[in-house]
Design a protein around this ligand. Structure first.
Ligand code: PLP
Length: 469
């Protein structure tokens, strides 16, 4: 393919993409492929001679597309959304075409400076106190890993990187039972070890971390000679939307001099609406906050914003500058790779800039409010159905329920079977979770192109199953 052909096929791809997005309702939401179907449709050996883009594009439609689960589908109610708004997709075309690697300020000053600017725009939009800076990472998992490494280094007086963990005191990290599994992985990879992640119990309807239990755990650990290193709070959890009281937990963190990281990967987007800022009270007490514009906000995956109260603490943990990366002859610059594990950096700020400018904060707020209202309407309707038990109330629209049958003891198996049936039918896509020992179904509305009547389709589908339970 040369650049003249690129013009022809680039136009074809844009037209195809726009038609695809407009006609998503014609596709089953979750791919209906069987395991191995895509793999076995592709020749065993790579081609020796060039093939035409026409042929490859054709195979993309015939072979690849059926094996795709349509994350932008208006009736995708599974996991969390991964919204790709047209303006952000457009910006990604520009980013990909330029093919930049933005590891240092001088490798593309605009990429660094635009990143600093959009971080500041988002800080203001989310009511995070002045003085917080930040960076864009690929995912919340990376941001949380860097936060845990920072907790480790700070607690060990910056010795861990140099001398290793052997012979150091045992570090402890505190988090509720509702945190995402990315925290568990961060604990593994930081060398802290899963036995030193203290799972603080939760209380109340929103399963918030119990501050008394947290304080007790920290004090008992200190008495036993452990080194408390940090606390991880959540706004709001993946499974059922549970959230911590950041003000209370933050006060404990600040009084105990513990680094405080807040995971708001999903819910952070909703905080641009004033009525949800109550979830965020006390956020200024955090040292580190992550939220994913690649979930609800509309910035094409991947794009995770990591706010930092004191940028230098993370820099002290992660920065390493060999001779060949030094920038000489310029003052007052920031190299954002000083704050991340990978050296290489994509130009992720561009899609945020296009997105925020083209939708305006008001456009994004309307989208989020619609989703939450429609979800709550559905919740109230299905609550009235026979054979449905509501398990957790909506938090930003996320709720859980299950099908029940008075005569059966196998409620978990029944629900497992029904959720599979629903997804095999392809009209809507739902994913399960567990609440205690109960296998339950999550409902999360949040895709960009969803309309109110997509909720009606979900209602009819759930109603039909409830009548047959
Ligand atoms: N934290 C929470 C609360 C999440 O819901 C998720 C993903 O859904 C993650 C972290 C992980 O996000 P990522 O895929 O960006 O690593």
């Amino acid at each position: 393919m040369d650049w003249d052909e690129y013009i022809k096929w680039g136009k074809e791809a844009v037209v195809w993409g726009s038609e695809y997005r407009k006609n998503l309702r014609n596709y089953p939401v979750r791919s209906q492929n069987k395991p191995g179907e895509t793999f076995n449709s592709i020749p065993s050996n790579p081609p020796e001679n060039p093939e035409s883009i026409e042929q490859i594009f054709d195979d993309f439609k015939k072979i690849i597309l059926p094996g795709v689960t349509h994350w932008q589908h208006p009736r995708f109610f599974a996991y969390f959304p991964a919204n790709a708004a047209p303006a952000s997709v457009f910006a990604e075309i520009l980013t990909n075409t330029m093919g930049l690697q933005c590891m240092l300020w001088q490798t593309s000053p605009s990429a660094t400076e635009l990143e600093e600017k959009v971080i500041e725009w988002l800080r203001i939009s989310l009511d995070i106190p002045e003085g917080f800076g930040g960076i864009i990472q690929d995912t919340a998992s990376s941001a949380t890993l860097t936060a845990i490494l920072t907790m480790r280094e700070k607690a060990l007086n910056w010795k861990g990187n140099k001398v290793g963990l052997s012979g150091q005191g045992k570090l402890r990290i505190y988090a509720s039972t509702e945190n995402h599994s990315s925290l568990d992985k961060a604990i593994w990879f930081s060398g802290i070890g899963e036995d030193n992640l203290v799972r603080v119990p939760v209380y109340g309807a929103y399963r918030s971390m119990d501050p008394v239990a947290l304080s007790d755990a920290i004090h008992n650990d200190r008495k036993k000679g452990f080194i408390p290193a940090g606390i991880v709070g959540v706004t709001c959890g993946t499974s059922t939307g549970s959230y911590d009281n950041l003000d209370e937990i933050g006060t404990i963190a600040n009084n105990e001099n513990l680094y405080f990281h807040v995971d708001a990967a999903w819910a952070g987007s909703a905080i641009i609406c004033d009525e949800y800022k109550y979830l965020w009270q006390g956020i200024g007490k955090a040292d580190s906050i992550v939220f994913n514009p690649h979930k609800w906000l509309g910035a094409q995956f991947d794009c995770s914003v990591h706010f930092l109260k004191d940028m230098n603490v993370q820099k002290n943990t992660l920065s390493l500058t060999p001779e060949y990366l030094k920038t000489s002859g310029v003052e007052g610059i920031t190299n954002l790779s000083d704050y991340t594990i990978p050296l290489g950096r994509r130009f992720r700020a561009l899609k945020l800039w296009f997105l925020i400018r083209s939708e305006g904060l008001s456009g994004i707020r309307k989208l989020i409010r619609d989703h939450i209202n429609w979800s709550e309407e559905l919740f109230h309707k299905i609550k009235l159905l026979n054979n449905i038990e509501v398990i957790t109330e909506p938090v930003l629209g996320l709720f859980t329920f299950r099908f029940i049958n008075q005569n059966s003891e196998n409620i978990n198996e029944i629900n497992e079977k029904i959720v599979k049936e629903i997804n095999d039918e392809g009209l809507i896509y739902l994913t399960p979770t567990k609440v205690g020992e109960k296998f339950v179904i999550r409902f999360m509305a949040g895709t960009l192109e969803m309309e109110e009547n997509d909720i009606d389709v979900a209602y009819e589908c759930i109603k039909e199953k409830s009548e047959r339970t």
